[in-house]
Each structure stands twice: as C-alpha cells, then as structure tokens.
Write a protein that binds this ligand. Structure first.
Ligand SMILES: [Zn+2]
Length: 404
C-alpha cells in the first residue's frame, strides 16, 4: 500500500498548499478492507452519506469504522483523510470509463460528503469537494480526463439504484475543470462572453434592455428569494438591483415567464420575489440542460448567471449579414458536419457555455459558425451524456435539450 500512501500524501499536501486544512484520521495509512492490488487513480467516486442534517460530521464516524471511503467532507467543508487502502463504497456497477464491472472499490478513490440528499450544499462544502477532486485529478495525472470524476449514481447499476450525489455531476466536473484551470494559471473555461455574438452595429433596443451588468456578489452568494433561515447567509434577495433586473428580463427573453414576451415589460421590476423564483425554476427546467437534477433551481449563482448571459446573447443575436452565407441549414434545423451559419454559432455557444469541461475530452471548440469535427465531438459527448441518440447531428431533440 506504500504507493497509495504516497499518492494520498501528495493529494493532501496539494490541498494544504491551496489553503484547505486537511485532517488526518489516525491510522489512515493502514486502514483498508482488504489487501492486494489497489489503484486509487483510475476513477474518483463522489457520494453523499444520506445523514440527517443535524450534525456537521454526518456519518463520518461510521464511514471510518466501516471503512467506507478514503475521504470524508463535513457539512462545513472539513476534509478528512480516513483510509489509504481499499474501501467499500462503490458496490455493483460499471463498467465505466475502463473500470470493469463491479471492480471500482479496488480502482478508485471515494469521498463521502455529509449531506441528506435533499439539502443544499454549503459553499464551504462545495469548495472542499471541488478542491479535493481537482487535487485528485492533478496528482493522478487525470486533468485531461475530468470525466473520470463521477457520482455514485453514475457508477451504480441498474440505473437508479443509487441516487447520490443529488447534484448534477456535469456541473461538478465543470467546476473542477475551472478550478484546475484557475490554479494552473490558464484562462478559466468561462462561458463565451456576449461580444462575440452581438455585433456592435446591432440596432436592437432589446440589447439596451439586456445590457449585462457586472456580477458583483461575493463568492458563493446568489440571486434569489430568502425564504428560510438556512438561506440567510447565502441569499442576496436584494431589491432595486441591476442584476435582478437583468435576470428578470433574461427570463422573459428566454420564454420563461408565461404571458410575457417583451423584456421591457414592467413585470421586470428588479425585485426578486415569488414570481421571479418561479421564472428561475422554469428556466432551470426548460432551458438549462439537466436542470432537473439541480437542488438550487430557485437561485441564480454566478455559474448560472454566466450561462444565462450566454443564452440571452445567443437568443438575441441578430440574423446574419445577408452577404456570404453558403449552404445555410434548413430552417427546420438539422445541423451536421459541414453546416455553417448563425444556427451553428448558437449551438457552439450553448455547448461551450453549459459544458466547458467537454474541452478536456473533445478539444477546444471555436464559436465560428462552422460545424467541423470538433463541434461534432462536442455534440456526440452531449448526446451521450443526455441519453439522446448519439449521431453527431444536432436535430430538434438535441437542440431542444440545449434550450435552443
Ligand atoms: Zn454512494
């Protein structure tokens, strides 16, 4: 097990260098359910421990005693290294990403996160999860394979046998990729900003209405209604705020406010109350890919904001200049290899904004309105993860899932 001890020592050293206080549970170096081969670098499996939300530690003590994962993270974000050997966490499942069926326990690293499955993760907890998964990926040499960070629900079979964690793992992976990029000094894979999509010359009154104000909330804060004591530390819920006004107008522009089609409507009043919460939930359900899996559908965090901005930019992009428009796709919109034009740009922008982590497996995609091999790879990856027919052709089903 010397190798695994070395590996986990490197992981926690890196976490500490980032400012995360990792606690070492005595005996972690020799804690294991079994001897024999163990490779902790082939897969990372995230769990929640389904504990009642009454203690910070959740099931930590039980996890250590029963040897159920290498790491635990508490509700407040305490990271603890519990074991360097094989643990029993994955169970029946797979094959997945090259890990053979029913063999993840000896080929993966696991974290049990204190969470009931129906409560929001605290900001500190989320920060610790993302940092741990990023440190694992770096030390395992997997930064180009962030798809190897999976949720238990993605490993376990039959599908639905396990539901943990109750977070959209595509979002988690995107956050891990962004975190790694930030730590390595690369430009963060942020959603494509509006300028590429909205020409300066656009004579659009809607553009003024939908001018994007700066996101000025502190890290971890969100736009949303404060509706309970558990939200008092994170919610903003402010009135007369340019960001709320933009979000409301964006919800209208994206068709998420029944009976409203004009972003200039007085429905948008810069006050985030019940009707805005409903619009936000509708946006997650209908416009935001995989939104149904999100526990924060009534809130708009910075990541959500970036996607909202990109979707509004795509939705309000003016029609292309009439001059050079060869082989424009049919209006019914089957976009495939060789398609070009504004519809392809919208497709590319939506994929890039929603799933920045795809660049790790599919390569960097330029939003250029040209459907080439890289765009096809992104489309296939999206279809595979969304349970759609994987044909690399963006038809109504694929475009619909992307909210286009
Ligand atoms: Zn689990």
């Amino acid at each position: 097990m010397a190798t695994a001890v070395d590996f986990y020592t490197r992981v926690i050293t890196r976490l500490r260098s980032w400012g995360y206080a990792v606690e070492e549970v005595p005996g972690w170096q020799s804690r294991t359910t079994q001897g024999g081969a163990f490779d902790p670098t082939l897969l990372f499996v995230e769990h929640h421990d389904a504990s009642a939300p009454t203690t910070d530690d959740g099931a930590h003590g039980y996890v250590v005693a029963k040897k159920l994962s290498q790491f635990t993270i508490s509700r407040s974000g305490r990271i603890r290294l519990c074991a360097a050997g094989v643990t029993w966490h994955a169970g029946v499942g797979g094959p997945l990403h090259g890990v053979p069926r029913n063999s993840a326990n000896t080929r993966s690293t696991a974290v049990e996160v204190a969470n009931s499955g129906s409560e929001p993760y605290s900001d500190a907890c989320t920060s610790s999860i993302v940092a741990l998964e990023a440190a694992w990926a770096i030390e395992a040499g997997r930064t180009a394979e962030i798809h190897l960070v999976v949720g238990h629900k993605e490993w376990a079979t039959p599908r639905g046998r396990k539901v943990d964690p109750a977070i959209d793992m595509d979002w988690r992976r995107a956050a891990v990729a962004a975190f790694i990029a930030e730590k390595s000094g690369q430009p963060a894979p942020a959603p494509a900003p509006a300028p590429a999509l909205v020409p300066v010359s656009a004579p659009a009154p809607a553009s003024d209405l939908l001018a994007v104000p700066a996101w000025t909330l502190p890290a971890g804060h969100y736009l949303g209604d404060i509706s309970g004591p558990d939200e008092s530390h994170g919610g903003w819920g402010t009135a007369d705020d340019a960001m709320v006004l933009f979000a409301q107008r964006a919800f209208i522009a994206l068709g998420c406010v029944p009976g409203q089609s004009n972003p200039g409507s007085s429905w948008a009043d810069a006050k985030w109350e019940g009707a805005t919460t409903d619009a936000c939930r509708r946006w997650f359900d209908t416009r935001r890919p995989n939104g149904a899996a999100q526990p924060h559908k009534t809130r708009t965090y910075r990541d959500d904001w970036n996607i909202l901005v990109a979707q509004v930019a795509a939705a309000t992009a003016p029609a292309p200049a009439p001059a050079p428009q060869p082989a424009a796709p049919a209006p019914s919109g089957m976009l495939r290899r060789g398609s070009t034009g504004v519809a392809v740009r919208r497709l590319q922008a939506a994929l890039k904004a929603s799933f920045p982590a795809y660049r790790h497996t599919c390569g960097a995609m330029v939003v250029d309105g040209d459907f080439g091999p890289t765009t096809e790879k992104w489309v296939r990856e999206f279809q595979r993860r969304s349970g759609l027919t994987v044909d690399g052709i963006a038809g109504p089903a694929t475009l619909g899932r992307l909210g286009l």
